[in-house]
Write a protein that binds this ligand. Structure first.
Ligand code: MG
Ligand code: FE
Length: 170
């Protein structure tokens, strides 16, 4: 592996690490606010645990390759995640917006790990490749769960929104 290749791989791993930190913040903000959608909340809480582990695994890949995690990028990502979490306060259909945002975010993660798997393969880094494949599986499982449960969430939101006194938005 050339120095340039390694730098690219490290850059993308740092991006993935920042993405996982952002994911943790976003998912935590969402889970904390969900009151009337316990199934969704439970699945998100489960994915928060997975996400923490993913961030740690990616961090280990970075240190194994001799890099360090960029504090600057991580801070920006955390601020963005906080903004996204707070944005729920201002919408009347928070649970639906959060489902869409989470669904889109999981696919961003899927794309990132697919790219990392190819990069790790090209760099001859089987450990990194294997970790990224494992994480990819978890992201796909989460994306599939969200896709499967989106119709029920939307229908439940609409039904609650019709009912006097029921809080629909979250
Ligand atoms: Mg993740
Ligand atoms: Fe994820």
């Amino acid at each position: 592996m050339t120095t340039e290749m390694k730098e690219n791989l490290l850059d993308w791993l740092r991006d993935a690490h920042a993405m996982e930190e952002q994911a943790e913040k976003m998912l935590t903000a969402t889970a904390e606010r969900l009151e009337n959608y316990p199934e969704l909340r439970h699945r998100i809480e489960q994915h928060i645990q997975e996400t923490r582990h993913q961030a740690e695994q990616v961090r280990l890949c970075i240190t194994r390759l001799g890099g360090d995690t960029s504090a600057v990028k991580d801070t920006t990502a955390k601020m963005m995640a906080m903004a996204q979490g707070l944005s729920g306060i201002f919408v009347s259909d928070e649970v639906v917006k959060a489902s869409l945002a989470s669904y889109a975010f999981e696919h961003m993660e899927i794309a990132s790990y697919r790219a990392l798997i190819a990069a790790a393969e090209a760099c001859g880094e089987p450990e990194t490749k294997q970790i990224c494949e494992q994480i990819l599986g978890e992201e796909e499982a989460m994306a599939n769960w969200l896709a499967e449960h989106l119709p029920a969430t939307v229908k439940k939101f609409l039904a609650r929104d019709e009912t006097e006194g029921a809080k629909a938005k979250r």
